[in-house]
Design a protein around this ligand. Structure first.
Ligand code: XMP
Length: 519
């Protein structure tokens, strides 16, 4: 699977030693126009050589080389004749494996630090001799391996950058991939383009051309099935497939009654009417709501919806006759995550369900054209394929939909109230320009009635909560400090325009300890 993505192209292998920034290194390299892939650090040197990367980067990592169970790469990696750059833990590992010395530092060095560059060649070519860099380490290189020279230092690290030009080995104690190292991208460019000689040949445009060819080659005369939810990933996937195989693509949109206001109509109008995609829209609201009747447990809701989705999808797919391929909108972070998930147990906080996760027993051949792309690359791809901002800049929406935003039992009435309230919130977020700055903003329907007064009348109606968060990857999130005037306008509009709501509250909890969705 990997060979295809890197065929005939200069690429960089990033050996993942567990850093929270590994994805970022991969992104930075791609921003330089050079393709990159994250690779398991245990890869055998021979295997890596077969895949022929033009450069290797060792990521940082949380481990300490002074402990016995820290991850170690085979030393043979340094003898392949391929330039290697070690970052932070990766640099320390290089120093240790090449017979230098790494010790626990007296003080942990963390944050923005002044770097004194000794040589304005190689990694620091074209840069001033004082740089601001981002440090985060507790160990340090105390003795260089033989044949290496010291390129830079900080107040706490006498060896903050090193090189062995003859062997093509380089190390940086700091993180060039983060924005807090302002000239980090230039340092990476010096390594990747100047030192390793990678020719920039990766762009979304080249990705489109190559994947269209690849999809056509794989699919031949057969048909392709795709579950279209209207979200960013499945929309972009459908557009790419449509460009590649046209009318041989068959999309299914399942309206489970848990989608946002106007969603079924918009998806049909966009894909079937505008883009002329074969699209089957299935209204399954009744069976989903029936299956959910009286169910209050969030995990049960998720399981019911997940199972039912597969059943409906399978039934509808059968009606389309023999279809060989099923396309899924798996993205690169999913691929990396599922790989690392194999390594260790983790608690299930929520069972995630999305349209990407159809079971193997459906007996299709899978195609996953987006599986090497990061989310922001998928958005750029969507834009290049002609999708409007309204689609490519859409906020994430959970697979179980509004069922996890109606707290407690789900009814058609509560869903309708929620849909209207959510529509108003979204409208106001878009009007104020905040929509694309937030990770998510949505309403939650609470099964609580409170007393209010409207005109001279006493009311006894439901409460709607507003949830708005900023986040980079949904692993952590902060509640958004929305301006009071905007909150006031949203609250007024929801209470005045949505029948059945007489109170609006704002959720001021961050993740952790709360999650983004309420269920
Ligand atoms: P939580 O609530 O766990 O959510 O903090 C993190 C992110 O994941 C989204 N989410 C889901 N996405 N299927 C999905 O495809 C799901 O079942 C699901 N549950 C939560 C949530 O909207 C947030 O962006």
């Amino acid at each position: 699977m990997c060979a295809k993505s890197t065929q005939n192209r200069d690429w960089v292998a990033i050996l993942d030693l567990g850093s929270q920034y590994t994805h970022l290194i991969a992104r930075r390299v791609r921003e330089l126009g050079v393709y990159s892939e994250i690779v398991d650090y245990r890869i055998k040197p021979k295997e890596l050589l077969l895949r022929a990367p033009k450069a290797i980067i060792l990521s940082g990592g949380p481990a300490s080389l002074t402990s016995s169970n820290s991850p170690v790469i085979p030393a043979g990696i340094f003898k392949l004749g391929i330039p290697v750059l070690g970052i932070c833990y990766g640099a320390q590992l290089m120093a240790k494996l090449m017979k230098g010395r790494v010790v626990k530092a007296k003080a942990r060095e963390y944050g923005k630090t002044q770097l004194f560059v000794k040589s304005n060649m190689s990694l620091f070519k074209g840069l001033k001799s004082r740089q601001i860099v981002w440090m985060s380490h507790g160990d340090k290189i105390s003795r260089l391996p033989r044949g290496f020279s010291n390129l830079a230092s900080t107040r706490n690290s006498s060896i903050a950058a090193m090189e062995n030009r003859e062997q093509g080995l380089y190390g940086l104690q700091f993180h060039p991939e983060v924005v807090h190292t302002p000239k980090g991208k230039k340092m990476l460019k010096n390594f990747i383009v100047d030192i390793a000689g990678c020719r920039p040949s990766w762009s979304i445009k080249s990705f489109i051309d190559e994947s269209i060819k690849e999809i056509r080659r794989t699919v031949g005369k057969e048909k392709v099935l795709c579950a279209l939810s209207g979200g960013v990933d499945s929309s972009v996937l459908a557009m790419l497939l449509h460009k590649a195989v046209g009318r041989k693509l068959f999309c299914i949109f399942i309206d489970n009654g848990l989608v946002r206001k106007d969603e079924p109509r918009t998806v049909v109008k966009r894909f079937r009417n505008n883009y002329r995609v074969n699209l089957k829209a299935v209204n399954s609201e009744k069976i989903f709501l029936k299956a959910l009747r009286g169910v209050t447990d969030p995990e049960k809701k998720r399981k019911i919806i997940g199972r039912l989705f597969i059943r409906v999808f399978e039934k509808e797919a059968k009606k389309l006759g023999k279809i060989k391929f099923l396309a899924q909108g798996t993205l690169y972070p999913d691929v990396i995550e599922s790989r690392s998930a194999l390594g260790g147990p983790s608690a299930t906080i929520k069972t995630h369900h999305n349209v990407g996760g159809l079971p193997k027993r459906l007996n299709f051949k899978l195609i996953e054209p987006l599986k090497y792309l990061f989310k922001d690359e998928v958005r750029i791809l969507g834009k290049k394929l002609g999708l409007p901002d309204e689609v490519v800049l859409r906020q994430p929406f959970p697979g179980p939909g509004l069922a996890v935003r109606v707290i407690g039992a789900v009814t058609k009435d509560s869903l309708d109230v929620l849909r209207q309230a959510d529509w108003i919130l979204t409208e106001e977020m878009k009007k104020s320009g905040l929509y694309t700055k937030l990770w998510q903003s949505f309403c939650v329907f609470l099964p609580v009635k409170t007393v209010g007064v409207m005109g001279d009348e006493r009311t006894y109606e439901n409460v709607v909560a507003i949830r708005a968060v900023t986040s980079l990857d949904a692993m952590t999130a902060n509640w958004a400090k929305l301006p009071y005037q905007i909150l006031e306008r949203i609250s007024n509009r929801i209470i005045n325009e949505v029948k059945g709501v007489n109170r609006v509250v704002y959720d001021i909890s961050s993740k952790p300890p709360s999650t983004i969705e309420w269920e």
